[in-house]
Design a protein around this ligand. Structure first.
Ligand code: NAD
Length: 370
């Protein structure tokens, strides 16, 4: 079978390699049981990259990422590297990859699996069946805009400045990602900004409306102020399908949505680039959790977010929708069977470690494949 799906796997630090190990078992299972073959290259990133090559993301890693059809990322960072100067820290590894690959659209699903509805910060009836996709612009806006910095004003007082800047092209390309996603979901986009007080927000609202009118008249568009969206998410979250926001608002709202789903250890994400002239699109998939140094090396990390990140990769980079759904279904059935890692432990359930959770997912995959 030709290995036509090129994957770069970057486990990173802390629990990264532990949870990635469980994904590798899912990949192995798929190669044996499904008609698919992956060409997998593994690399070092973050603290592991610093220790080996003196940099959190080497040129070779960037080159490999460019060659790959998709990158599966673990997580980076840890106390060992905390004292390094800011510009040498492990976390810069992921920032460099995002920048070099032009990954501008961050997709964060907030999905409440039925067995975990009780683990939400909201009442179970408010979140049962919740399925939101947050699309956050991730290479522009206030985190990158110039001028920025801390300087002294004429009165000798320090002044901190950040600048929110968006061009119409930056807004339009991320809006298209949101509209495309909505078409395969419940066909509704809620675009958030502060058009009432921010000029960039006025432009955001105008451009999203133009893109919709010209290219996606079939998709419902709702404009909402970001502060109202936060309130609505915390009170009536099921009204949303796709939420589209700037780097800043998307960051805040996706963390809020994550809290509704119960656990960091369950949440995957994707970051997509533009579709190139050859039809290829760079993409990186990673759990939203970090390297969890407090539990690293103990075999108790929840591998589900990493496994579900791989499912997203299959869906969005390879169009393997059925395989992605099979993995998601297997994870849900394992939870329904009562197995829990420590982070999602509930009374009356069975506490298990990383490897047992991974094995249970494989068992469920096998059961439904035969
Ligand atoms: P974290 O997400 O690593 O951990 C927060 C808490 O959640 C911890 O108690 C941890 O044990 C728990 N947790 C996280 N993932 C879990 C899992 N899969 N299973 C069970 N429990 C889990 O966030 P933090 O503690 O703020 O950061 C730790 C390190 O990770 C820092 O160096 C930070 O910079 C880095 N970080 C990296 C990324 C990334 O690589 N993209 C993202 C966030 C944080």
């Amino acid at each position: 079978m030709p290995a036509n799906k090129k994957l770069l796997v970057l486990p990173g630090d802390g629990i990264g390699p532990e949870v990635m190990g469980e994904v590798r078992r899912v990949m192995d299972w798929m190669q044996v049981r499904r008609a698919v073959s992956f060409d997998v290259q593994e690399g070092l990133v973050g603290g592991a990259g610093i220790d080996a090559d003196g940099t959190p993301c080497s040129d070779a890693t960037v080159a490999a990422a460019r060659q790959a059809d998709a990158v599966l990322f673990g997580s980076v960072g840890g106390p060992k590297w905390d004292k390094l100067p800011f510009e040498q820290r492990p976390e810069l590894g992921i920032l460099r990859l995002r920048k070099e690959l032009g990954l501008f659209a961050n997709l964060r699903p907030a999905l409440v699996l039925e067995p975990l509805a009780e683990a939400s910060s909201l009442r179970a009836d408010l979140v049962r069946g919740l399925d939101i996709m947050i699309v956050r612009e991730s290479t522009g806006g206030i985190y990158f805009g110039e001028p920025r910095g801390i300087s002294m004003n004429a009165a000798g007082k320090r002044v901190g400045i950040d600048t929110e800047v968006y061009t119409e092209d930056e807004i339009a390309r991320v809006a298209r990602v949101a509209f495309d996603l909505a078409r395969n979901r419940r066909n509704k986009v809620t675009s958030v900004e502060k058009a009432n007080v921010m000029q960039s927000g006025r432009l955001w609202r105008a451009v999203v409306g133009e893109v919709r009118a010209a290219e996606y008249p079939d998709v419902e568009l709702e404009n909402m102020y970001a502060d109202n969206c936060a309130m609505q998410l915390a009170s009536r979250p099921k009204q949303f399908d796709v939420i589209l926001g700037s780097n800043l608002f998307g960051d805040l709202l996706s963390d809020l949505a994550a809290a509704l789903t119960g656990s960091l250890g369950m949440l995957p994400s994707a970051t997509l680039g533009a579709v190139g002239s050859d039809g290829r699109r760079h993409a990186l998939y990673e759990p939203i959790h970090g390297s969890a140094p407090d539990i690293a090396g103990r075999g108790i990390a929840n591998p589900c977010a990493q496994i579900l990140s791989f499912a997203m990769l299959l869906r969005y980079s390879f169009g393997m929708v059925e395989d992605a759904a099979a993995i998601e279904g297997a994870v849900e059935r394992v939870l329904a069977s009562g197995l829990r890692t420590a982070d999602i432990m509930q009374p009356g359930r069975a506490r298990v470690g990383t490897a047992v959770m991974g094995e249970a997912v494989l068992r469920e995959l096998e059961k439904h494949a035969s």
